[in-house]
Design a protein around this ligand. Sequence first.
Ligand SMILES: [Zn+2]
Length: 278
Amino acid sequence: MFDCGPATTYKMAQTGLHPLDIDYLFFTHHHFDHDVDYPCFMMTRWDESVGKENPLRAFGPNNTESITERLIGEKGAFAYDINARTNHPLSKSTYELRGGILPRPRMNVMAKDVGPGTVFTGNDFEVTAAPAEHVEPFHDSLAYRLDTSEGSIVFTGDTEPCERIVELARGADALVSMCGNFESVYDSRRPADIGQTGTLGAAEMAAEAGVKELFLVHVGPDLSDPKNRGRGITEIKTVFDGEVTLTDELTTYDWRKHDHSHDDPPHGPAVHPHIHRH
Ligand SMILES: [Zn+2]
């Protein structure tokens, strides 16, 4: 799972996902709209467990370990409830009824602060990070690439368009990019308030990386308004000729549907004015 913003656990339930379906969590950054459901997610996951599950592994830029410790460590905000649920007879019998064997183990979340590079290699997937450019130095931000035998998908997180994310996304099947608004809105505010990606920035990153499909997330109210969506997608298609999807909450999208047998090479380095280069 990438990020854990408001009501993630509730929305997972709405789409039929159980917290114990998720063993790995990757935070792009620690703005609250990307992490505030972390305590709900991990407490629910632990409360539903019977002790045989994999521990949750949480990765993210700096402060991932300290936030975890401050929530569920021995002096953490939820330490009282972890103690209650580990020791009270009511909780112990509920745990046994669910199939657990006493004594109930304390919660085990393996949190790790990470930076650019290979973040984690699993049996059948690998996650790699690149630095994003968002609100440094208050928060460090990462973009992630997930490589699997079924394809590769890149999550920009919150960022302004930047070359390092283009490099991370090179040749991936899908780019999931923040796309907060029409580029004209951001252009009128640059350069003081960059740190976000708009329509053309997302399109330029997707085109330059040579991905097959672009999914727009973190879409603000202007662009997600039904009367504006078509104009946004048209604007993006002037730059990026792959598939474009403006995503909605509580909706499932298949990013693995592309036939790899006759892939085109990535597009050449066209001039894309919104991408921050180093
Ligand atoms: Zn943010």
